[in-house]
Design a protein around this ligand. Sequence first.
Ligand code: SF4
Length: 354
Amino acid sequence: MGCLSERYRKELPAELPEVDAWYGKFDWVEIINYLLPDCNNEADYRRVLSTPSHSAYLKIAEGCNRFCAFCAIPLITGRFKSRPIEEIVEEVKTLADKGVSELNIIAQDLSSYGIDLYNKKTLAELITEISKVDKIKWIRLHYAYPADFPFDILPVMRDNPKVCKYLDIALQHISDNVLNNMRRHISADETRTLIRRIREEVPGIHLRTTLMVGFPGETDADFEELKQFVEEMRFERMGAFTYCEEEDTYAARYLSDDIDSDIKQQRLDEIMQIQEEISFDIQSEKVGKRIEVLVDREDEDYYIARTQYDSPEVDPEVLITKDVELIPGNYYHVEILEAMPFELIAKVSNTSQN
Ligand code: SF4
């Protein structure tokens, strides 16, 4: 069940005959009926968290209308569809009652939230409503689309203490040539203006972006422009990928995958090396500072925690020395002792839990 089976439902059974049954991404009722034949369709499909019990992903919309040239997601998930505010807030209350205090908000296109339902971008209203749920402490936003950015979210991010000063916004590239070919509906100048405005309106924000190298037609000059952009913007967090052709996308149909795979890899290595130094500098600036963390788990030598600037699974972690006993799921203030490229070492500076 999932994206792969949604997309290749006809082909997969022949490839993997040992699989008992196949379900598409949205076939909840069908799979439950298969697993529990006596269960009626009105059953309460309660959500079971696969994350630590204090943290949950919260999907606020499904699908995407942007049709970037390289991306198969709209072909799999269909048109963009927001979930109503009331329904989301109800889910948040249920999660909070179960002990969740950190919400990682996700959508393929956060920027469009509300347009299909309320005729206007409604992300700011939604996040404000979610923040009113008592036990929620951190709300972190993922996957904003840079064109048509909902600027009214910025004062909420600045002024609402529950909203993390963190935004995941995939930019993919900066050269106008590549952005056009990617069908991203934004120019280099507009991208720079957007990033500057976000940083001005939300001081201290940590931006995570994703970039792609080796897209069809990316010249050496385009790649140089991308490297300069990374050096200039100093993203707090950045991931990069090499272009990989996805069946039936615009790029697969109409553009030639003309960059040699060695060159793609070389460009990826170069850009990640630049970012590694930037990340290390930014992490190093935190040494000596007192900062709030959420403890995720305990291992043999450290408690493993994150700050509001660290999304689970992709961002650096904070390793806290075991001088005092801490409880996973609780928030503490720590003092940062040392920075490493992808981790911070810290000790508890105040054992009183927040
Ligand atoms: S890259 Fe993101 S915005 Fe573009 S089509 Fe895919 S999901 Fe939509």
